[in-house]
Write a protein that binds this ligand. Structure first.
Ligand SMILES: [Fe+2]
Length: 373
């Protein structure tokens, strides 16, 4: 028995006006200072004039449990009916955890696993409004949170922490800076490719991945030259959530296993960290999923398409100014080599190893890191 899980998705121009139809009395807005400063919280508030609002606006880029826990008393006293997260992956992930702890104060963060029935939604619901086009967090049932030692990230997962609604309004990504636009699109492209070829891929996750590639690739190449184009932004915003739906219904692979490891040890931005290993991961997997890689490659418009998918990805990354190797991601070779064991060990603990289409042992992971330098 298989499932396809998805929030209710509201997308396209003016989709924020959906908020008014919910007649929310009390909502907690979860966000960060930059997003608030950019005026994005005010845009959302403008669509819910009759709602009493509590704002939590200090979610850091790599949130830890304690960053969230300190707000729980205020939230409990406020008694919201909705959590509304406005932000990128970290903010949306944090809102999933806050929502869980508000619903189940009797449980611990580590109780968020697919094996435990959490019985959430007795008091509130969760809305995600992404301000980047890439993480797919608005459509997934996982949340990445750093542990106290900051050496690794924990992935908490339960179908019950998937948002009830994902609102994809292109005005929320209108002013996304160039570097973030490129890095988050790279993440989304990687989600689509890995979701499509995961061992747990299925007809629903495949459909989402194919359409995601079809929407994102031609649009991101044009958008870097024409950042004001809202139609292109809208395509990428929708495509990124489809890529999120693909991998959250099938799983990720080796590029995320290696990328998370690079991110945890060297703090390389997530999209870049998965992008720099993606071409070599595709080469490593090619014999296992040749037909699927070729099918994805054929969706890429001819002007960017090369003979194989890995070559097309390198072509596209070069066009948009994305790094294609670890050495281009601002790392020093000596430090990289000195940390190789740590990188390999951390990557080997990822679920991406289990669902990657080809088997990868410790030596394979090490060789992939070395060949990706
Ligand atoms: Fe990702």
């Amino acid at each position: 028995m298989w499932y396809f899980r998805s929030p209710q998705v509201i997308f396209g121009e003016d989709s924020l006006s959906f908020l008014e139809t919910l007649s929310i009395k009390k909502a907690v807005i979860v966000t960060d200072k930059n997003i608030r400063r950019a005026g994005l919280v005010d845009i959302v508030k403008g669509n819910m004039p009759d709602t009493e609002i509590l704002i939590v606006d200090d979610i850091p880029e790599e949130p830890k449990y304690r960053d969230m826990a300190k707000h729980l008393d205020d939230i409990n006293n406020f008694s919201p009916e909705y959590f509304i997260s406005i932000g990128g992956g970290s903010v949306i992930d944090s809102s999933k955890i806050l929502f869980f702890k508000y619903e189940r104060p009797d449980l611990e963060f580590y109780d968020v696993t697919p094996l435990v029935k959490l019985n959430l939604r007795k008091k509130s619901h969760l809305i995600a409004i992404p301000t980047t086009s890439g993480t797919g967090s608005e459509c997934t049932w996982a949340a990445m949170v750093s542990d106290e030692m900051e050496v690794r990230k924990d992935e908490l997962a339960s179908p019950e922490i998937m948002p009830d609604y994902a609102i994809l309004d292109p005005q929320m990504v209108k002013s996304l800076p160039k570097a973030q636009t490129i890095n988050t699109a790279t993440d989304a492209i990687t989600h689509a490719i890995e979701g499509y070829t995961s061992r747990w891929s299925n007809p629903y996750s495949d459909a989402m991945a194919e359409k995601a590639i079809d929407l994102i690739i031609p649009s991101i190449v044009k958008l870097v030259k024409n950042p004001e184009n809202m139609e292109l932004r809208n395509n990428i915003h929708i495509g990124a959530s489809m890529a999120g739906l693909s991998f959250s219904n099938s799983q990720i692979g080796l590029a995320h296993a290696l990328g998370h490891s690079l991110g945890a040890i060297f703090h390389v931005v997530h999209g870049k960290s998965v992008g720099v290993v993606l071409p070599n991961v595709i080469r490593f997997n090619y014999d296992s999923v040749r037909e699927k890689y070729n099918r994805l490659n054929n969706i890429i418009p001819e002007e960017y398409r090369e003979k194989t998918l890995d070559q097309s990805i390198v072509h596209i990354f070069r066009d948009i100014g994305q790094a294609t190797r670890v050495s281009e991601a601002g790392l020093d070779e000596k430090t990289f080599n000195a940390n190789l064991d740590k990188l390999v060990n951390l990557a080997s603990e990822s679920t991406g190893i289990i669902t990657n289409p080809a088997d990868a042992g410790m030596d394979d992971i090490r060789n992939l890191f070395i060949s990706s330098w």
